[in-house]
Design a protein around this ligand. Sequence first.
Ligand code: FAD
Ligand code: DHB
Length: 389
Amino acid sequence: MRTQVCIVGGGPSGLLLAQLLHKHGIDTVILERRSRAYVLARIRAGVLERGLVDLMHEAGVAGRLEREGLVHEGAAIAAGEALFRIDFKALTGHTVVVYGQTEVTRDLYDARDATGGETRFEVEDVAICDADTDAPYVTFRQEGTDHRIDCDFVAGCDGFHGVSRQTIPDRVRQEFEKVYPFGWLGVLSQTPPVEDEIIYARSERGFALCSMRNAELSRYYVQCPLSDRAEDWSDAAFWDELRRRLPARVAERLVTGPSIEKSIAPLRSFVCEPMRWGRLFLCGDAAHIVPPTGAKGLNTAASDIHYLYEAMVRYYRDNDREALDGYSRRALARVWKTQRFSWWMTTLLHSFPEQSAFDLRLQAADLAFLRDSEAAQRALAENYVGLPY
Ligand code: FAD
Ligand code: DHB
């Protein structure tokens, strides 16, 4: 089998790339390790930057996002009983859209179906071969049969645990990592959100986040020890803990109900350099991970896709390789800025096990500066709505 671009991974990165390339007549095959139902059931990110919203428009898949997405002009930061709002719209002229990653993925799969593009699910043993030559190919097994796809390029969109990154030899690859000593316990519940904007809360008991998917569906998180297991947290224990981390006037308005989903995610910062090796290009979580504070994971995957898709279009349309050669440098320049922002928001709002009295005073001063300084609020807002591509 032959295609122009073989895409390893059918998560949001791979699907968005496929759809954008299709708009320019570039042929792709997507290889996904899981079933479609499994990919669609994964509850993850919920906040879309303007750049991702624009890409969804460009890909022709923004219809439902436009109808159902919730435009947010600001978000709140709480600390103890205090609460202040950051007005993204007033500070930057831009907004974000609350629309679940599950919905983004569903819209992209529907569009993929409509184009008739080939997507192989439940593939095993994917191997990327000869990526450093002009004739790369990908091998895999499906339902007991071995297959080979010859291609011009391979897009490694297979997430943090995929094979693409490992294909870059150790002598070429550098990895930068910071692991945080806590996780986030997340709950999805069929209840009206406590507030119509997102609240990031710092408290002495640890961080909490109040978010949503729509007017009847809430998403909440609390910082928890990495040793905790989601199944050991009863719904009642979760709601109690969340309430204790919110200002009293917010907590008393919290509507609780049974959890639809409950899971724990570890927090990690990670970057792989370079993001390109020969004809293999890494995108999204395959190349980098951010802690979720600030909602940058999915959005940074989207900025990679923007750079790669533009570079591939220039290659096929104009026979111009310059943008492909510059992909890793361009993508990494933005990746490191979102790393800095996610690390900073995580450090600002979480309780750290080894935190000294000095560290706590610094955290309080950082928060007070943010509350009182328009410049500090603008810096947060500029990052939150998304740095330009
Ligand atoms: P993925 O979504 O990981 O997709 C990669 C795909 O590749 C998967 O479908 C996988 O099955 C497939 N794959 C893997 N290995 C192979 C292989 N060998 N062969 C073929 N296919 C393969 N971000 C936020 O902004 N906010 C959040 O609240 C948030 N919560 C998160 C919670 C969890 C538990 C995780 C893991 C991530 C979370 N993120 C969050 C990050 C965000 O979801 C990711 O940044 C985003 O999913 C990246 O998309 P991706 O397509 O690059 O990778
Ligand atoms: C959500 C997740 C985040 O990491 C964040 O910073 C804001 C919102 C969410 O799942 O809605």
